[in-house]
Write a protein that binds this ligand. Structure first.
Ligand SMILES: NC(=O)c1ccc[n+]([C@@H]2O[C@H](COP(=O)([O-])OP(=O)(O)OC[C@H]3O[C@@H](n4cnc5c(N)ncnc54)[C@H](OP(=O)(O)O)[C@@H]3O)[C@@H](O)[C@H]2O)c1
Length: 328
């Protein structure tokens, strides 16, 4: 049985999820693809940290140890921040590996360069998990593009912000109390700045812009407003008028071909497709020439939704068998 050798960079929430799914679904993956998946190496920052046992897999804090063997077919990347993730993935592509990433901070900035590099080297870069976690938005838009044209993308891209706005409305509590609840429940990071300040949603919007329109607007031209300025009084006033606050990232193509993006809280009424999307869910509306508006709703984060999107990417790569270097 031919095997595909993979490395996982990062073994936190997402990295561990990838490991678990690849093991739990071993037989199904073998049946579906005809290949076994061999998790050769895992990269972490601190090898002394106590973590899930991974028998037969090398755990290292030295990425060169992973690349030196020259036998890795696919690199999963689930570390945090632009660097060293971008450098590691550039090196992986240069060495002929396919890459699958969940790292939106890195991909919003460097995705176009990685995709260009990968095309030159004849490998694939998959990034479904960077945007809306388990919601298959990248696959959906990629599937539409050959026959249709995307006009506008808007949606709720940050589950933490949506959870906080929902709590404020349902329980009548102020922003700080709702944020605290999100942190206690593990929905918000210890440092929630990028979530509540709108940067996280902005990055996902830029990733979708590059995919859908082949380019991103100048980042400075996109106003980014978070939910931290939304008061409980404003939420109550909105509710009294049957309106709801949603934190919406929006990008549209105008008739002259210019892109207009914005990220911030907006008031919407009951007829709007985002009106009923409460809690940590993400929701994305894609407007196209042929379909009108298509709405996708689902879990935007979490170990299994995110890792499952990445394993889905692997199956997509393996499906294109001629592109994969398979070792026996
Ligand atoms: N969590 C989610 O639901 C979710 C959803 C979508 C996308 N993402 C993205 O997925 C990525 C991973 O998120 P996460 O929640 O799994 O993060 P996490 O729990 O903080 O785990 C990060 C992992 O990366 C390792 N790491 C960090 N910097 C490293 C470095 N310089 N060299 C080697 N290893 C390094 C850490 O090593 P140690 O364990 O030794 O500290 C840890 O194992 C992020 O880019 C995030 O934005 C996450």
């Amino acid at each position: 049985m031919p095997s595909i050798k993979v490395a996982i960079l990062g073994f936190g929430t997402v990295g561990e999820g990838i490991y678990r799914i690849l093991n739990e679904r071993k037989e199904e993956i073998k049946k579906e693809t005809g290949h076994t998946i061999d998790i050769v190496s895992i990269l972490v920052r601190d090898t002394a940290k106590e973590r899930l046992a991974t028998p037969g897999t090398r755990i290292t804090d030295d990425v060169q140890e992973i690349f030196a063997t020259g036998d890795i077919d696919v690199v999963f990347e689930a570390i945090v921040g632009e660097e060293p993730a971008y450098s590691y993935l550039s090196e992986a592509i240069e060495k002929g590996c396919h890459v699958i990433t969940a790292n939106k901070t890195m991909f919003a900035q460097h995705g176009p360069a990685l995709l260009k590099h990968a095309a030159f080297r004849g490998v694939q870069v998959c990034y479904e998990a960077t945007t809306a976690g388990g919601v298959p938005i990248i696959r959906t838009i990629s599937g539409l593009l050959p026959t249709d044209r995307v006009r506008r993308i808007r949606g709720i891209f940050n589950g933490t912000s949506n959870f906080i706005l929902t709590k404020m409305r349902e329980e009548g509590i102020p922003f700080e109390a709702a944020l605290h609840e999100a942190q206690v429940l593990g929905y918000a990071e210890a440092d929630p700045t990028d979530d509540i300040g709108g940067k996280d949603a902005f990055r996902k919007l830029m990733i979708l812009s590059a995919l859908s329109f082949g380019r991103q607007p100048d980042w400075q031209d996109v106003p980014i407003v978070g939910i931290d300025g939304v008061t409980i009084e404003a939420v109550k006033d909105a509710s009294a008028g049957k309106l709801r606050y949603r934190h919406v990232a929006d990008i549209a193509l105008d008739e002259n071909g210019a892109l207009h993006g914005s990220v911030g809280p907006v008031l919407i009424g009951p007829e709007h497709p985002l009106y009923g999307v409460d809690g940590v869910d993400n929701a994305i509306i894609v407007d196209t020439d042929h379909l009108g508006a298509l709405t996708l709703i689902g879990p935007g984060a979490g170990m299994y939704p995110t890792a499952s999107a990445m394993v889905g990417d692997l199956l997509q790569i393996v499906g294109k068998r001629e592109a994969v270097v398979v070792t026996s």
